[in-house]
Design a binder for this molecule. Structure first.
Ligand code: NAD
Length: 503
């Protein structure tokens, strides 16, 4: 069986295999690989390698760092199919979706190629007579990245290219469920000329995360995953004096007003609800049907779902693949029973959907629950599978109140032809990312990605301008050059004009 190890100091690291995890092909249900969990001494080796590489890397010319990013970009494009195939083989998502996640990650690499512009400081002359001020931003040191299973290539690419371009060195801990894509990215980054030690990958589970969170040589932690773990990572790393951004789970609402094009809204709900089997933090999991448009919308969703091809991600015809593990599938399926016992109606039961694949795969077809309301677990919990809930309300006011009452605040979308309603939604909705007639509003790389409330612990989003701010710290320099120094000592607090010496 293929064994997945680590990438430390610019090369594969065998690993002592004291503890291991299983990696499956979700389309067949078979274990295909074994992932070796790093021991404490291996985590230390990765952090030591990153810490040793930092002094040289942080002073490497910006143009050289940018060139490495350009080469990395070229290699990502050249090997896009292989990365996508690795993602599909361990995560299960369909090939087109796997390609798209690499492309969205590539955008961040392209953003990082502009690091020479991004790190420009500010300069003000004459803040006082002969006194100038300038600001600069400097890297932090060793940064750790901890990533979830659902975007095995894109989420690591949200983090390490920008962190490295800013002059930091990096230790990545990908999800133990589908770790191969991250290791391959590290191999490509090394091939692009990123020096040994600048990017390391250690595999493992929560135990490895705990070692990273407490490690004295790690300056900052970027985390993406579920809310309970995000909160724990935020609190623990902060207690150890680290800078932290921890992105958590979501329950994204898509509001449909009666004036919307129902065909378009239904297609958008199917795409955003069932794409990647609903295992996206920006998946739509609640459709809010306003003013009696629910029946028509459900009819349209039902019609599209009846034609949806669920099958192995490697088959080009498949539109939706399996869930990531048998345990996760069982958890998602349990919500159908929970929902029905709470009074929701199973309008579409994905357990009956035809599957064109190995029956041992972790399959579940698209599911639709109608008459869902707050207080039901199917509404309150993040299910993270192909289960879409419909909540019916009478007005836009009620839709906005519903969203405001939800504990998450990642994304929210509205479908309407009414510009006034859309503008009001944009202003008032409680979410970090908003879509107007766009169901998955993941910002492009020159903006930043993040949610509100239980969807983000910390104050800076990932990538874009916030990413640069997170991976650097500021310095403001006040300088005066005057010859000769005449010893004008004054104990007065510096203000606009220095006190003139009495000669
Ligand atoms: P997860 O929280 O189980 O795992 C994420 C990472 O944390 C993994 O690397 C895992 O090994 C580690 N981990 C797991 N349990 C831990 C623990 N108790 N202590 C320390 N570390 C631990 O998440 P997942 O199931 O891999 O991914 C799905 C979740 O991620 C969903 O909740 C989804 O909404 C969220 N997500 C959020 C975003 C976002 O940008 N907000 C993006 C993608 C995924």
């Amino acid at each position: 069986m293929k064994r997945i190890t680590h990438w430390i100091d610019g090369r594969p690291w065998a690993g002592v295999a004291e503890r291991t995890g299983k990696v499956f092909d979700p389309a067949t249900g078979a274990q295909t690989k074994e992932v070796v969990f790093a021991t404490e001494s291996e985590v230390n080796a990765a952090v030591t390698s990153a810490a040793s590489a930092f002094p040289r890397w942080k002073t490497t010319a910006l143009s050289k760092r940018a060139s490495a990013m350009f080469r990395f970009r070229e290699l990502l494009i050249e090997h896009l199919e292989e990365i996508a195939a690795l993602v599909t083989s361990e995560h299960g998502k369909v090939k087109a979706d796997a390609r798209a996640e690499v492309e969205r990650g590539l955008e961040v690499v392209e953003f990082a190629c502009g690091i020479t512009q991004l790190l420009k400081g500010e300069f003000t002359e004459h803040v006082s007579s002969g006194v100038n001020v300038h600001s600069l931003r400097q890297p932090l040191g060793v940064v750790a990245g901890i990533t979830p299973f659902n975007f095995p290539s894109m989420v690591p690419l949200w983090m390490f290219p920008l962190a490295i371009a800013c002059g930091n060195t990096f230790v990545l801990k990908p999800s133990e469920k589908d770790p191969s894509a991250a290791l391959y990215l590290a191999e490509l980054a090394t091939g692009a000329g990123i020096p040994s030690g600048v990017l390391n990958v250690v595999n493992g589970d929560a135990q490895v995360v705990e070692t990273l969170l407490a490690h004295p040589a790690i300056a900052a932690v970027s985390f993406v995953g579920s809310t309970s773990v995000a909160r724990h990572v935020y609190e623990t790393a902060a207690c150890h004096g680290k800078r932290v951004q921890a992105l958590g789970g979501a329950k994204n609402h898509m509001v449909v007003l009666p004036d919307a094009d129902m065909g378009e809204a239904a297609e958008a709900a199917v795409s955003a609800g069932f794409g990647s089997a609903g295992e996206r933090c920006m998946a739509v999991s609640v459709v809010v049907a306003v003013g009696g448009c629910g029946d028509l919308l459900i009819d349209r969703i039902r019609e599209r779902v009846s034609r949806l091809v669920v099958g192995p991600g490697m088959a080009e015809a498949s539109e939706m693949g399996p869930l990531v593990t048998a345990e996760h599938r069982a958890r998602v399926v349990s919500y159908l029973e929970i929902g029905s016992s709470e009074g929701a109606k199973i309008a579409i039961d994905g357990r009956d959907h035809p599957i064109s694949g190995d029956p041992s795969g972790f399959w579940l077809g698209p599911c639709l629950l109608d008459d869902v309301s707050p207080g039901m677990r199917v509404y309150d919990d993040e299910i993270f599978g192909p289960v879409l809930s419909v909540v019916r309300v009478d007005t836009l006011d009620e839709a906005l109140e519903l969203i405001a009452g939800n504990r998450y605040g990642n994304g929210a979308a509205i479908f309407t032809r009414d510009g006034g309603a859309a503008q009001r939604f944009e202003t008032e909705v409680k979410a970090g990312m908003v879509g107007i007639n766009v169901s998955i509003p993941v910002p492009v790389a020159n903006y930043s990605f993040g949610g509100w409330d239980s969807s983000l612990f910390g104050d800076l989003y990932v990538y874009g301008g916030d990413g640069v701010r997170f991976y650097t710290r500021g310095k403001a320099v006040t300088s005066r050059w005057r010859e000769p120094y005449r010893g004008n000592l004054s104990l007065t607090f510096p203000s606009g004009e220095p006190t003139q010496p009495v000669v």
